[in-house]
Write a protein that binds this ligand. Structure first.
Ligand SMILES: [Zn+2]
Length: 231
């Protein structure tokens, strides 16, 4: 990583994208991650798999719209089996954590940084196939199974890793989510609990009182990715 790289609070919160570049698929990523991404893409290519980016940078505003739509019942909230959750049957705390299982709080998404991306294999898809980003796609025999076996093999030797590889009890596993470690570590340091809290306090955020009440817990489990035994 170039020593002159500076990471700002606005970038860490998804409030600034001027430092990013547009790559194939009209996704934005941080230019510092590009050489390592190109190298990983070429390794996958040698074994006949493509490395497409389904989602790169996402702004604070976009994440806020997704979160609020789920909290307000305008967009489905799913459970681990892929079934829609009836939020009305849950306490507000339970509603919040059901949403956070699959959608980050605005300001707390790793997609704000340009270091993180959701990947798929465009070469493995039948014509007209819509990428879903599900566990079934990534498993042996799934449409992206070959790509993920290659990633299993090569990620340990690259600077990319899967931050959501395992279910630690908070965020659902997302093997398709890759993070460029040198950059992500820099953003992790800037995104403190207080920076996130101050930002959310000023946002038009649904469920704000319960978010602020549980922010310490959310920050530990959903940002710092600490393991939790009880939910
Ligand atoms: Zn992702």
């Amino acid at each position: 990583m170039p020593s002159e790289l500076s990471v700002t609070e606005e970038q860490a919160l998804g409030l600034d994208d001027r430092h990013l570049v547009v790559v194939e698929g009209n996704c934005k990523i941080h230019p510092t991650a590009l050489p390592a991404l190109q190298s990983l893409t070429s390794i996958c290519g040698q074994s006949g798999s493509g490395l497409g980016i389904a989602s790169g940078y996402r702004s604070f505003e976009r994440q806020l719209a997704i979160f609020n739509a789920k909290a307000r019942g305008e967009r489905k909230v799913l459970d681990d089996r892929g079934c829609a959750v009836d939020l009305k049957c849950l306490s507000v705390r339970e509603q919040l954590f059901a949403i956070l299982r699959f959608s980050a709080l605005p300001g707390a998404s790793r997609h704000h940084w340009g270091s993180d991306m959701d990947v798929f294999d465009p070469m493995a898809m039948p014509a007209g196939y819509q990428v879903q980003l599900t566990m079934a796609e990534c498993e042996e025999g799934g449409v992206f199974g070959a790509l993920h076996r290659l990633l299993d093999e090569h990620l340990p030797h690259s600077e990319f890793y899967r931050p959501y590889a395992r279910d630690l009890g908070a965020i659902a596993p997302e093997p398709w989510h890759l993070s460029y470690a040198p950059l992500a570590r820099a953003y992790e340091k800037v995104l403190t609990r207080d920076l996130l809290g101050d930002c959310l306090q000023c946002a038009d955020l649904a469920l704000k009182p319960v978010v602020m009440r549980h922010l310490d817990d959310i920050y530990r489990r959903f940002v710092q990715l600490e393991s939790c035994s009880e939910k």
